[in-house]
Design a protein around this ligand. Structure first.
Ligand code: EPU
Length: 338
């Protein structure tokens, strides 16, 4: 375990923002993590996981603690199910592929989501009709000041759309070290309700899709629409899809008959932020190295050397325009470090 000084974080955040950490350490085991927490040889601590859901706007004057603890364990197995846990530093997509390779079903729709396993519960990652909470059993987390280990059950986590207890009541208080899932070994419940998945599967002439087929369909869709962070810096969806009242929606529908929507309940409806942003003319726009992705307007991108502030400025322009045009407040989904 080596402490590095004035280290660039460009390689450690998927937006590829080049800021420095005053001090940096990568921990590869729970005991290394605990020794950092117990020694308290730092003024401030900044926990860094896969860096896939953050926008850095300044140098980090703290000890940046990179969680690189690796390992996957099967905890329990019956003929129908497997309870499997992965440590926080496992790459999320690699873990999903490990499960698919072993024919463990439940995570296939979440293929190719960037980031590490440890940060997946924080925002209850979701895609194509599936959310982490659907298979999540529990996670272990270490309290940053007491060093005590705590087990959070599914219920404890208060999962919601891109939200959990880790973004609210216990924000910044715990470091997730391990996440446990219950997956199927047979009779997999495939979720192909999302139109594009169904199309990708029928296009390939597949009659009885497997979890591998679903994963491949998701990978195909994501590769077509979303920029690969190793080529173009980004943090996935920059905003949440806003939830508005039915009355508000019906009003908008008069001017925009094609507005897409997903019903939440009797009173509320979700509208895709990407659609709103595209309607406002931002899709594919670029200011220097910062811009709005050409194929998915919900994704802000760094073409090379954009600063966090340049990205944030674009997001403010977008929020103002959407507010003016649709009377909708777009909420940022990415964690802004400023
Ligand atoms: N749309 C546009 N223009 C755009 C983008 C989207 O008109 O530039 C329209 C699409 O035509 C479609 C609708 O908006 O009618 C929804 O688009 P899409 O299916 O691409 O999904 P999304 O609502 O934009 C959400 C998640 C994604 C997830 C997809 C698929 C959020 C904030 N984003 O995006 O999650 O992959 O659904 O389930 O909920 C992420 O969180 O980083 C992420 C990529």
């Amino acid at each position: 375990m080596k402490i590095e000084y004035n280290k660039s974080l460009k390689e450690y955040n998927t937006f590829g923002i080049d800021v420095n950490a005053t001090e940096f350490v990568s921990v590869t085991s729970e005991s290394e993590l605990k020794s950092i927490l117990f020694d308290k040889n730092y003024r401030e601590l900044f926990v860094l996981s896969g860096g896939s859901n953050m926008l850095l706007t300044k140098n980090i004057d703290a000890l940046v603690l990179h969680i690189a603890i690796r390992g996957i364990d099967v905890i329990e197995e019956t003929k129908d199910h497997v309870v499997i846990s992965a440590t926080a530093g496992e790459n999320w997509h690699d873990f999903v592929q490990y499960c698919i390779h072993n024919d463990y079903g439940g995570l296939e729709n979440l293929s190719l989501i960037p980031g590490y396993v440890g940060s997946a519960p924080i925002q209850n990652i979701g895609a194509y009709g599936v959310e982490l909470k659907d298979t999540f059993v529990s996670c272990e987390a270490i309290h940053t000041t007491t060093g005590e280990k705590h087990l959070f059950s599914n219920e404890d986590c208060k999962f919601d759309y891109r939200n959990s207890i880790f973004k609210n009541e216990v924000k910044g208080k715990y470091i997730i070290t391990r996440v446990t899932f219950k997956l199927t070994k047979k009779n997999h419940r495939l979720n192909t309700s999302y139109g594009a998945i169904e199309n990708a599967i029928t296009d390939r002439g597949i009659q009885k899709p497997t979890i591998k087929d679903v994963s491949e369909a998701v990978i195909h869709i994501r590769k077509n629409k979303l920029p690969d962070p190793s080529e173009i810096g980004n943090s996935g969806s920059f905003f949440k899809n806003p939830i508005i009242s039915i009355q508000h929606f019906l009003e908008l529908q008069k001017s925009y008959p094609d507005i897409p929507s997903y019903k939440i309940d009797q009173n509320y409806i979700k509208v895709p932020a990407g659609w709103l942003i595209e309607q406002s003319g931002f899709k594919g726009k670029r200011w220097g190295d910062a811009g709005v992705h050409q194929k998915q307007a919900l994704v802000l991108v760094n073409y090379g050397n954009a600063s966090g502030h340049e990205i944030l400025d674009i997001s403010k322009k977008i929020q103002n325009e959407i507010h003016e045009k649709f009377d909708i407040s777009l909420e940022i989904e990415v964690n802004i470090i400023q």
